[in-house]
Design a protein around this ligand. Sequence first.
Ligand code: HEM
Length: 495
Amino acid sequence: MTNANNKKLTTAAGAPVVSNTNSMSAGKRGPLLLQDVWLLEKLANFNREVIPERRMHAKGSGAFGTFTVTHDITQYTKARIFSEKGKKTDMFARFSTVAGERGAADAERDIRGFALKFYTEEGNWDLVGNNTPVFFFRDAMHFPDLNHAVKRDPRTNMRSANNNWDFWTNLPEALHQVTYVMGDRGIPTDYRHMHGFGSHTYSMINATNQRVYVKFHFTSKQGIKNFTDQQAADVVANDRESSQRDLYEAIEKGEFPKWSVSIQVMTDEQAESLRYNPFDLTKVWYKSDFPLIPVGEFELNRNPANYFAEVEQASFAPSNVVPGISFSPDRMLQARLFSYADAARYRLGVNNTLIPVNAPKCPVHNFHRDGAMRTDGNLGSTMHYEPNSYGQWQEQPSYKDPALAIDGPVDIYDFREDDDNYFEQPGKLFNIMSPEEKQRLFENTARNMDGVEFFIKERHIIHCYKADTAYGTGVAKAMGIDINDINVNKEIQYR
Ligand code: HEM
């Protein structure tokens, strides 16, 4: 344990360090000695300071806070976090950009990650969302390719607009998310002035074991603020840490950012009769059909004492749910249930849940043992197998989710045959924008596609046109293309 009052410098093994200024040399001007063990330790430790960065969402900022229930939703969920009005639960949030590496600038046009960890009395609940309610596609099979396409080209080691847009426009279902990213919300001024979304359909299960489907919404009480491309360029020129600085300084000043929390609820019957797939991550549920139901609010009120310990080492996993909150058949969510805990085992090691920011604040009892960096005593002499005859740590069947009916045999189903309505919702999103917002959307898109091959631009214009003729016409014009020169009825051969 570090004792801040003890000013004596020691090695990692606790022995006194004689000199932290001069290395041990053979003679006054001679070469160094291998027996200067402090120098060896110092250099070796330094070489190991960097851990793998998150494959995406590598640049981020975090803070601790408190979630408070303001409305009773026990009719939907037995989750203890929601058990009574006024109840408070400790939490941790990490916000991030997606494509940039760990040293990237904050004010870039990109989605923002919105990851929340609630330390509930029945285990950690992680809600790993974004600042947009939808995503680029519906099947996780595309995820590694998305990241290759938006990150650096293997030859040039530069970001490639051509790769990026070739990939996006080969997936017509991406237009909804692309419209968010190219619109005003593509560059939030900072993390306090943006909304968050769980995005996926999750389920809630109540005390009588009835299931409803839910979507989570986090509405910024600071309001929404965005940068234009030009404003962002000016900010980045002077400050690559603009969102980190904003969040850190606001909390230091006692200006604690707050978000209200609400849910949309859909019953099984409504899910069955919905005219689109309620588990399709490229679509929203219309608020007119599924209004927001208030739940609570959270505030972020404490900066981490150490960025590496508490933010870099934080790990979130959508598989971390608690009784009363569960999954849905969303293909993307299903894949994420594997991906994050696996990433944590790679990035931080198998004992990543022992790291204080990740450790549950309730008792943890299981038969996992050993592994690298097991720092908690490894549960000493307690029994390490099950079944055992001593009643130790038995399974808890009362927490079983209600059965889920599924609709057919195992196969590789083409989701495009299920629903090829890619353009209705992006069209509606376009139409709630003001004329000025629309114009910025056109111009942002044109700037972003600068240098991209014509056939890719054409494909995007056609998609926009199908969403709304004014969207396609405006994007084409901003690119200097006459819409009459584009065959908007052309049949696109997707890869
Ligand atoms: C980070 C996988 C889709 C939000 C990550 C990481 C992986 C991953 C491996 C890095 C985790 C780490 O190293 O700790 C995937 C896969 C997806 C997917 C396979 C699709 C199948 C999404 C979606 C959202 C999302 C749809 C939001 C709705 C995030 C966030 C982080 C993240 C916020 C950063 C978490 C943090 O702050 O530590 N993702 N992701 N991802 N992802 Fe995803």
